[in-house]
Design a binder for this molecule. Structure first.
Ligand code: CU
Length: 325
């Protein structure tokens, strides 16, 4: 995981002691066989819905825990799972203070009790351990069920589970004791602009063809399965567009390379707090409208991608590529 910073986090009043009050947490679910090797045998529901593990790893470790100082602790969260979506919260319902989304800071922290993190998404939150009480980060079950759970089976079974227990060690230096009031982030501006609008549909295989491994019935975007030899969109540098991204049958975390975007609406409504900042990945459950400007160039030899971030979906063809020139 790469941290990008401007060297001013200390002035913002944010925790910056790596591994002490500034923790990077990569969440993954995995399955292991009896020899302890990763088991990546895909069942039919796995092929359709994405791989589901039965154990949770944090930074590649099973059954680990965090020990933090008695103060404000920063968590840099990445969902590195193939397909699992984590609705995260603390078991004692303590607040998390959202400070950053995929591509930048919010203007000020926002207190939230739960945070839904889909594959590919990154969020940063502050958690208050100044009371000295231990806490447990938990997740409820993966909410992504196809057709109301018809295909769910064992892969979506189960209720809440522990992601990471936190203990407090008073000997560790607690440098930050208050949630900062201001982060200095600039939120995307939502002024209406008349720009080109595109429909992007995230398509599941329609019938039994995919299960029979017929190549003409695959995951796709706008009806076309990924083809390395095809450029799907050619955009001009500096262009701004609205993309109306639609999912069907299940939720899809939609990711665009080389840009950051503003979520304008989720199913016609104002975006949720966690989608109010700069994003490059957004969970689409129905329809999400994004406003995106293409500022970085990409030529035919090295195009950018847009794709579902469920690995089995993008590998199956729910991916497309574009140039910016
Ligand atoms: Cu998908």
């Amino acid at each position: 995981m790469i941290h990008v910073d401007d060297g001013r986090d200390d002035a913002r009043g944010l925790p910056i002691s790596y591994g002490v009050d500034d923790l990077t947490l990569v969440l993954q679910d995995r399955r292991f066989d009896r020899q302890g090797r990763i088991d990546y045998g895909l069942s039919m529901p796995d092929q359709m819905m994405g791989f589901m593990g039965n154990v949770i790893l944090v930074n590649g470790q099973l059954g680990t825990q965090a020990v933090v100082p008695r103060g404000i602790v920063r968590l840099r969260l990445l969902n590195g799972s193939n397909a699992r979506i984590y609705p995260l919260s603390f078991s004692d319902r303590r607040e998390m203070h959202l400070i950053a989304t995929d591509s930048g800071y919010l203007n000020q922290p926002v207190a939230i009790e739960s945070l839904v993190i889909a594959p590919g998404e990154r969020y940063e939150v502050l958690v208050d351990f100044s009371g000295g009480e231990a806490g447990t980060l938990v997740s409820s079950a993966n909410p992504n069920q196809m057709m109301g759970g018809m295909m769910g089976g064992a892969s979506t079974a189960g209720g809440s589970f522990v992601v990471l227990p936190f203990g407090v060690d008073v000997r560790l230096p607690a440098r930050i004791l208050e949630i900062p009031a201001d982060l200095g982030g600039v939120l995307p501006d939502s002024e209406a602009r008349s720009v080109n609008t595109r429909q992007i549909t995230l398509d599941m295989p329609m019938g039994m063809g995919m299960m029979m491994r017929r190549s003409n019935d695959r995951f796709a975007i706008n009806g076309q399965s990924f083809d390395m030899g095809r450029i799907d969109l050619s955009l001009s540098k500096g262009a701004t567009e609205i993309w109306q991204v639609s999912s069907n049958m299940m939720m899809h975390p939609f990711h665009v390379h080389g840009v950051r975007f503003q979520v304008l609406a989720e199913n016609g409504k104002k975006p949720s707090i966690q989608n109010s900042g700069w994003k490059d990945t957004v969970l689409v459950n129905g329809r999400v409208d994004i406003l995106v400007s293409f500022e970085q160039t990409a030529d035919r030899a090295n195009p950018f991608m847009y794709h579902c971030h469920i690995l089995e979906h993008e590998d199956g063809g729910m991916m497309a590529q574009f140039t910016v020139t």
